[in-house]
Design a protein around this ligand. Sequence first.
Ligand SMILES: Nc1ncnc2c1ncn2[C@@H]1O[C@H](COP(=O)(O)OP(=O)(O)OP(=O)(O)O)[C@@H](O)[C@H]1O
Length: 303
Amino acid sequence: MSDSTLEALGGRSAPPAQFGGDALVVCDNLVRIYQTGSVEVQALQGLDLLVDQGEMIALVGASGSGKSTLLALLSGMDAPTAGRARVGRWDLMAMHARERVAYRQQMVGFVWQQTSRNLLPYLTARQNVTTPMTFTHRRRRAARANELLDLLGVGHVADRRPLEMSGGEQQRVAIATALANEPQLLLADEPTGELDTTTSQEVFDALRTANREAGTTVIVVTHDPSVSTQVERTVAIRDGRTSSEVLRRDDDGDVTHEEYAVMDRAGRVQVPREYRDALELTRRVRLALEGDHVSVRPDGRPR
Ligand SMILES: Nc1ncnc2c1ncn2[C@@H]1O[C@H](COP(=O)(O)OP(=O)(O)OP(=O)(O)O)[C@@H](O)[C@H]1O
């Protein structure tokens, strides 16, 4: 590394801020190990993720990469093995059973992929939305349910049971139900997985409405490849860690997408396989600090 460059840049360095700062969701080196008999599966292997209040992000990644595990931890349904996880004022590592119940009632809403898992089949849409409303005065509940159903464009199915609605309508009612207690965070695990493209778009629009109109922070897991056009930030998870992010920028209608690698707190960055293969980057590489970037070169010695 070049000491002179380091010296020249020295004046710019600032003390490191506390990881996460005022983000709504802070996952710091998060680990979740499942133990089945004598077999251990490391579903999350030191995952870092920050989500600000008011953001809507998508989580993508291959099957088995750890997306559902992360959502289960953030929803309070499961507990991390190690690391740090905080949502608002709630420390997910330190919550006891009673706090976990309160957290799930007050702080998060959840939408599953399977439409049938989100709603009670023998209740109407309005009744489904009012059922979790423990913090709204009894007389206000039906009116609030109607407001939520209208907001998400499904006011017309208020008196229908799930079997009398389309899949997309069921998912939008499910989002209304998840918003019943005004959670700060809405988590959705492949909410469009069972739907066709047009209907998926309606459900994404409903999630965006929840984000923009109700001010709810949204994390949505999806396999939909067009998702990066729908949200401002798409976070890719690989092998239980966040590996890259695509940021969508809209400069006066000129929309661009830029992909970034994610650096963890120890400074580790995953170099994409195509880059490693193209330059035969293997175990040892040369790093050099340049004026405005860091270069990575093959070490040039026989392996
Ligand atoms: N309850 C469990 N017991 C044991 N292993 C589990 C359990 N749940 C998940 N796993 C394992 O943890 C890893 C991550 O699984 P996870 O479901 O989080 O992945 P995913 O990215 O959501 O996958 P998909 O896109 O297929 O839903 C996988 O290897 C999976 O087999």
